[in-house]
Design a protein around this ligand. Structure first.
Ligand code: WQD
Length: 337
């Protein structure tokens, strides 16, 4: 298929582009490069030997997006483009709602006009709020007690897609609720390249290990977990990318929702130790106060995706730490070398 991959120059996007190409699909990357680099797309071409068409556009700008796509043919869409920093979303709520919702609305209108019915949407486990039980399955309530505009925008986008499909029964939409993406392609040529201070745990740890940051702040050690620190379901980005391709290739009319996670929980300190083992470097840390909005534990029950998408994670935390270290140590300045 010819797949329009929005946000395809980003962390998840670049890895998904590579897997799509390896599975025989053609990729068109739509990105505004506000939080990503053309170099990532160039490296996907280097790794795959394929040419990747780039469409530079702000998807939330209806006129700009429509004119940029006017002469671009595609059969399916994987929609990853959006703003995703939880803390920033609290400070800039209207920007987050405008960008994240308008981009989805513009895209759905274009798809309907062109009768393109294969639509994969990047959602997030954050829509579950503070979990009532764990591991979390797709029947768990969503959109309850969310603590930030980023999370709300993901939940609202899911509702927009569900309502669009009711009005357009031919649409096949898959909502993929990511748990915690980590790691990098084993080549070390593409990876996570956060701008500024990393919000997420593993890229921050990687920057401590490489000497870019002095120490890790561990946000709380008094949770009801194995060692008091937060527990999350870390999924290797290559497993996540493969999950997108599985969703694309299994898509049928209707709306399907899947958790993409490993089903295994790891605490902050377990991740620190795993990274020290993988890198051979110390990761000094200090226990700080809990981060507002954090929950104790978020772990997936991925069994629905395992059966219906015939997909499961095959890479573990140790491999994710090795690949993350390989990327970080080989690209200390990310794509801005
Ligand atoms: C993981 C754990 C922190 C940083 C968020 C979004 C989610 C998705 C992934 C986009 C927690 C602890 C972290 C640090 C720490 N993003 N931590 N020190 O909050 O589970 O999920 O990112 O799709 O939607 O909500 O991920 O990596 O920020 O935190 O102690 O410097 O690490 O408290 O327990 P989170 P995270």
């Amino acid at each position: 298929m010819r797949v329009l991959l929005t946000g395809g120059a980003g962390y998840i996007g670049s890895h998904t582009a590579l897997v799509l190409i390896e599975r025989g699909h053609e990729v068109i990357v739509l990105d505004d490069f506000s939080n990503s680099s053309r170099e990532a797309v160039r490296r996907v071409e280097e790794l795959s030997g394929a040419t990747v068409q780039i469409v530079e556009a702000d998807l939330a700008d209806r006129d700009a997006a429509r004119s940029a796509l006017a002469d671009v043919a595609f059969d399916a869409v994987i929609h990853l483009a959006g703003l995703k920093a939880v803390g920033e979303s609290v400070a800039q709520p209207t920007r987050y709602y405008r960008v994240n919702l308008d981009s989805t609305i513009v895209l759905l209108d274009v798809l309907r006009e062109r009768s393109i019915t294969n639509f994969i949407f990047s959602s997030s486990a954050t829509v579950y709020g503070d979990p009532q039980y764990s591991p979390i399955d797709e029947a768990h309530p969503a959109g309850v007690g969310l603590t930030n505009p980023y999370g709300w925008s993901k939940f609202m986008n899911e509702q927009i897609v569900r309502d669009a499909q009711v009005a357009w029964p031919e649409l096949g939409a898959v909502l993929l609720r990511y748990f915690n993406p980590v790691g990098a392609h084993p080549s070390g040529r593409i990876g996570e390249d956060p701008s500024g201070i990393p919000n997420n745990l593993m890229p921050f740890i990687a920057q401590v290990a490489v000497g870019k940051r002095e120490r890790l702040s561990v946000f709380g050690d008094t949770y009801q977990t194995v060692d008091g620190t937060g527990v999350r379901d870390y999924i290797h980005v290559m497993d996540l990318a493969e999950g997108h391709v599985a969703a694309l290739e299994h898509n049928t009319p209707g709306v399907s929702t899947y958790n993409l996670g490993s089903g295994i929980g790891s605490s902050v300190l377990e991740v620190v130790r795993a990274f020290e083992t993988a890198s051979g470097r110390p990761v000094p840390y200090a226990i700080e106060a809990p981060r507002s909005g954090d929950v104790a534990e978020t772990v997936a029950d991925p069994s629905l995706a395992n059966t219906e998408l015939e997909w499961r994670t095959t890479r573990d935390l140790a491999e994710a730490c090795r690949d993350s270290w390989n990327w970080q140590s080989g690209n200390p300045a990310g794509y801005r070398a």
